[in-house]
Design a protein around this ligand. Structure first.
Ligand SMILES: *[C@@H]1O[C@H](CO)[C@@H](O)[C@H](O)[C@H]1NC(C)=O
Ligand SMILES: *[C@@H]1O[C@H](CO)[C@@H](O)[C@H](O)[C@H]1NC(C)=O
Ligand SMILES: *[C@@H]1O[C@H](CO)[C@@H](O)[C@H](O)[C@H]1NC(C)=O
Ligand SMILES: *[C@@H]1O[C@H](CO)[C@@H](O)[C@H](O)[C@H]1NC(C)=O
Ligand SMILES: *[C@@H]1O[C@H](CO)[C@@H](O)[C@H](O)[C@H]1NC(C)=O
Ligand SMILES: *[C@@H]1O[C@H](CO)[C@@H](O)[C@H](O)[C@H]1NC(C)=O
Ligand SMILES: *[C@@H]1O[C@H](CO)[C@@H](O)[C@H](O)[C@H]1NC(C)=O
Ligand SMILES: *[C@@H]1O[C@H](CO)[C@@H](O)[C@H](O)[C@H]1NC(C)=O
Ligand SMILES: *[C@@H]1O[C@H](CO)[C@@H](O)[C@H](O)[C@H]1NC(C)=O
Ligand SMILES: *[C@@H]1O[C@H](CO)[C@@H](O)[C@H](O)[C@H]1NC(C)=O
Length: 440
């Protein structure tokens, strides 16, 4: 008995040490074995010189930890061991450079030694303090799969040579100061799945060549100065699920097939533009997976489309400034049982909105903006049937309210409340200041 159990114990130990050897040796394959110096001398020198092109500056405000990765970069050590550097196990070439949040400060020069590391498959310089222009020679990194230059101070045009990076799947240029037009050559990047150009100064239209980005899943181009009408070629992209064109200068009407095409829409953000016309959304498929629809702050006219009521997965719906010029049918929203965030402010409607009724029907609603509409008096008797959810944000500016919404007394999760421009008489009730999360 004793012997048998001892035997099985050794078997376990032997198995464990095999496993250990296996794990240990397989790790060796992916990084560098200490016996072999994988790093190519010319790439090591290029990296050291690249490091010396920049100063160590302030930590980007969005980064948690501030240890600059290039601190571990010292000459005469194997560069495949340096922080943020990954080498190919076979060739020893540097294939990944991940220098996000590394406090790199300075100007990116045309003769940067980085351009000597043409074996790169992934380059991440995000969340630094880099400025200068992205050069034409970026098109020489022909093996790149991921390029992330986001959250820096890069400026100038996006070079059309990026369209030569034929294996690129992720291109992240957001939150810089790029200007000029989006190069149409980006439409050549047939493997691209995610493209983020948001938060720049880009002008012009979305190039029609984008209609060939057949693998595109996410296109984010918000907060630029883009114009023109809704880019129709995008409707041909069957894999597109997230589209954000918000806060630009787009004009014209929306295509009636926008939500009816067999599409994978999950988030569609067209807010803060100058789109106009009526919202004719046709027969939306009941299998729609749309979770966020943002159409607010445009120049739309007419009624809220009844077809919206089929979007049962919708969590966020923003329709502010839809100029309804008449009555609105609030029962449309009663079908949207997943709704958490509803903005139907400034609808120019004659309909009086019953806050309590909306909150009682849409039981998941925690953010609501009814500003600029007439909201029926929220009096003490309505407290007898208080909404069951915990409201986190309520905006009732200019709603003609005459009494303080008493039911808010128990809304301990609420962190945002705007009840300005109403006709509430008397003092602000003392309980308001006792709400623990309120940020006034
Ligand atoms: C690194 O060290 C090698 C050998 O000492 C030397 O030839 C090379 O110039 C150095 N590189 C840099 C960038 O200082
Ligand atoms: C950026 O770096 C931080 C810390 O260095 C890390 O936690 C984060 O995942 C990185 N982000 C990306 C997108 O690589
Ligand atoms: C991009 O590709 C074209 C055609 O293959 C070539 O003429 C051009 O030099 C390339 N540009 C870069 C920067 O590699
Ligand atoms: C990029 O490639 C072109 C040829 O396509 C070459 O003339 C140029 O010198 C390269 N640029 C750099 C910085 O290596
Ligand atoms: C692109 O990816 C394919 C498949 O991984 C590879 O065979 C090819 O060499 C890559 N092209 C470049 C220019 O790196
Ligand atoms: C790349 O895009 C440009 C501009 O859209 C086009 O003229 C060129 O033919 C494309 N090149 C390839 C190889 O597809
Ligand atoms: C969409 O694709 C079809 C054929 O696949 C083509 O005829 C049509 O012009 C394309 N539409 C747009 C807007 O690019
Ligand atoms: C939409 O605005 C454009 C100008 O941007 C105008 O020409 C067009 O008539 C408007 N359409 C509607 C339906 O209001
Ligand atoms: C609001 O709607 C009324 C009709 O109910 C219309 O006369 C008025 O022009 C609209 N206001 C605006 C700012 O469009
Ligand atoms: C108070 O609210 C109830 C239910 O919402 C309503 O029927 C009643 O008319 C309101 N009373 C006043 C004085 O506004």
């Amino acid at each position: 008995m004793q012997k048998e159990s001892w035997n099985s114990m050794s078997i376990i130990l032997v198995t464990l040490s095999f496993l250990f050897v296996f794990i240990f040796s397989s790790q060796d394959v992916f990084s560098a074995p200490s016996s072999r110096h994988l790093c190519l001398p010319e790439q090591r020198d290029a990296l050291i010189e690249f490091k010396n092109e920049f100063e160590i500056g302030q930590l980007n405000q969005f980064c948690d930890s501030g240890q600059p990765k290039t601190k571990s970069w010292v000459n005469n050590s194997d560069c495949c061991y340096w922080d943020g550097v990954m080498c190919d196990a076979k060739s020893g070439e540097v294939v990944e450079l991940d220098l996000n949040c590394s406090r790199l400060h300075g100007w990116f020069h045309s003769n940067s030694k980085l351009f000597r590391i043409q074996s790169l498959r992934s380059l991440d310089l995000s969340f630094n303090d880099l400025s200068g222009q992205i050069l034409w020679s970026i098109g020489n990194f022909s093996h790149l799969i991921t390029l992330d230059l986001s959250n820096n101070y890069f400026s100038g045009r996006i070079p059309s040579s990026i369209g030569n990076l034929s294996n690129l799947t992720n291109l992240r240029l957001h939150y810089n100061s790029f200007d000029g037009e989006i190069p149409s050559s980006l439409g050549n990047l047939s493997h691209l799945t995610s493209l983020d150009l948001g938060g720049n100064n880009l002008v012009g239209e979305i190039p029609s060549s984008f209609g060939s980005l057949n693998n595109l899943d996410v296109l984010e181009a918000s907060s630029n100065k883009l114009s023109g009408s809704f880019p129709l070629p995008l409707l041909n992209l069957t894999k597109l699920s997230v589209l954000s064109l918000s806060s630009n200068q787009f004009t014209g009407t929306l295509p009636s097939s926008l939500l009816t095409l067999p599409s994978n829409w999950e988030f569609l953000n067209l807010a803060n533009n100058q789109f106009n016309g009526t919202l004719e959304l046709g027969h939306i498929s009941s299998s729609s997976q749309l979770r966020g629809l943002f159409l607010g702050n445009n120049n739309f006219r007419g009624s809220i489309p009844i077809s919206l009521s089929i979007l049962v997965n919708l969590e966020t719906l923003h329709l502010s400034y839809l100029n309804t010029q008449g009555s609105v049918d609030l029962s449309i929203f009663s079908h949207l049982k997943s709704l958490e965030d509803l903005d139907i402010s400034h609808l120019n409607t004659t309909t009086t909105m019953d806050l309590n009724a909306i909150l009682s029907v849409n039981k998941r609603l925690v953010e609501l903006d009814l500003s600029g509409n007439h909201v029926s008096a929220i009096n003490k008797s309505s407290v007898s049937d208080p909404p069951s959810q915990s409201i986190t944000g309520l905006t009732l500016s200019g709603c003609g309210i005459t009494e303080f919404p008493e039911f808010l007394r128990t809304e301990h999760e609420m962190w945002f409340l705007d009840i300005s421009n109403n006709r509430i008489k008397g003092q602000v009730p003392g309980w308001l200041w006792t709400l623990p999360n309120l940020f006034l």
